[in-house]
Design a binder for this molecule. Structure first.
Ligand code: SF4
Length: 384
């Protein structure tokens, strides 16, 4: 089974911290969808006929389009989910849309009901208006609360909210309040990310010019600790370092990325993976549209080496609650590589960063602070 990711490259305005490929201008919004449909016709074969079980509209801001317009795109990708005359043989089970809270109106939700969407990822980031202004988000905390309410009233339960911690906010205690508000909303999934200062963003400029306090590592670590503790107390599983769910509510689409399942990425800057190669589309909307109109290639591609596959497996699996499986390393990459892994992983048990249970390796709570560094220590370089 495979997943499909569709990148919608428009936003109402740019958030100060954002380095995703998205444009604050809607100038090319109209020609974008017909171009996307051309890309679908040209690239569907990448998944070699694998049935599609998840579709994910991300961005950018997919909710800048009407749900019905996105539905038309989905219908080109796979038969309808569930028992319907057109759904024969469909394994489509999870269809997610990222929503900006200010787009979620009564009308919008009524239109959603006519589509296949069954999972909703709300870009809340904070329930403090002060934080939202600092981040240059286009919505208010009140709009986020109303969005969850409208989705609930429409009978949708599969809702995820995104939060950001480590915001150098003037008001102490906001992070704790954010978590408490999130729990009070009774959503089964929370994704929480540390505020990262990406070079070239307005946030980096603001900090460089001392117009904002710097992002503080200690504050982020404290808030991450609180996040892990409080989500646990409220019955959420930390199934990936930044993702927390009530049992049975993990995101199937995102979990596929971490488990090495094939996916096709559509739209500018989208990435694809099919077990043997990786592709990445051009991160330029004019080029994307121009090339597809002239039937020219819009992506670069690399065949993955065994080393790359091993390194990716270690990096992604360690971040999850399912851990890094020694047996899988032996089966897929051989004993020599597992020996290498073990030799380098054992000292990290002593440091309290890793544990091993029946041949499966996990990050400890403390190890989660150093996940990238730990994975890098376990990377292998070998001749192909
Ligand atoms: S809404 Fe998301 S993609 Fe758009 S600017 Fe903000 S962070 Fe970036």
């Amino acid at each position: 089974m495979a997943g499909i990711y569709i990148h919608i490259p428009f936003c109402r305005r740019k958030c100060h911290y954002c380095n995703f490929f998205s444009l604050a201008s809607g100038k090319l919004k109209e020609p974008f969808l017909p171009t996307l449909k051309k890309e679908i016709a040209l690239t569907r074969e990448y998944l070699a006929g694998e049935p599609v079980n998840t579709i994910y509209f991300g961005g950018g801001t997919p909710s800048l389009y009407r749900p019905g317009e996105l539905q038309e795109v989905m219908e080109l990708l796979t038969p309808a989910p569930g028992p319907s005359p057109r759904g024969e043989g469909s394994v489509l089970s999870e269809v997610t849309i990222e929503l900006n809270p200010d787009d979620v109106t009564e009308e919008f939700v009524a239109e959603l009901k006519q589509t296949w969407f069954n999972r909703f990822s709300l870009g809340v980031q904070s329930f403090s208006d002060e934080d939202l202004i600092y981040l240059n988000r286009s919505h208010t905390a009140g709009q986020a609360l109303r969005a969850v309410k409208l989705l609930h009233e429409a009978g949708y339960e599969n809702i995820s909210i995104d939060l950001i911690y480590g915001i150098p906010s003037v008001a102490p205690g906001i992070w704790q309040q954010n978590l408490e508000t999130a729990f009070s909303l009774d959503v089964p999934h929370i994704s929480a990310y540390a505020l990262t200062v990406e070079p070239g963003t307005p946030l980096a400029w603001m900090i460089g010019k001392q117009k904002s306090p710097p992002v503080c590592d200690e504050l982020q670590a404290d808030q991450f600790r609180m996040l892990v503790e409080k989500t646990r107390e409220h019955g959420y599983l930390q199934y990936e370092i930044s993702n927390f769910c009530k049992p049975g509510h993990h995101a199937i689409h995102n979990t596929s990325y971490w488990n090495g399942i094939s996916y096709l990425g559509l739209g500018p800057s989208a990435h694809s993976y099919n077990g043997t190669s990786r592709r990445w589309n051009v991160s330029n909307l004019s080029k994307y549209i121009g090339c597809l109109n002239n039937s020219e290639c819009i992506y670069e591609e690399e065949q993955l080496t065994s080393t790359q596959k091993y390194n990716e497996y270690v990096m992604t699996s360690l971040r999850t609650m399912w851990g890094c499986d020694g047996k899988k390393i032996i089966l897929d990459f051989g004993f020599t590589i597992y020996d290498f892994f073990r030799k380098n992983a054992l000292p990290m048990i002593g440091k309290g960063w890793l544990t091993e249970i029946s041949g499966v390796w996990f990050l400890t709570d403390e190890g989660k602070f150093f996940a990238d560094g730990i994975a890098a220590e376990l990377f292998y370089t070998m001749k192909e």
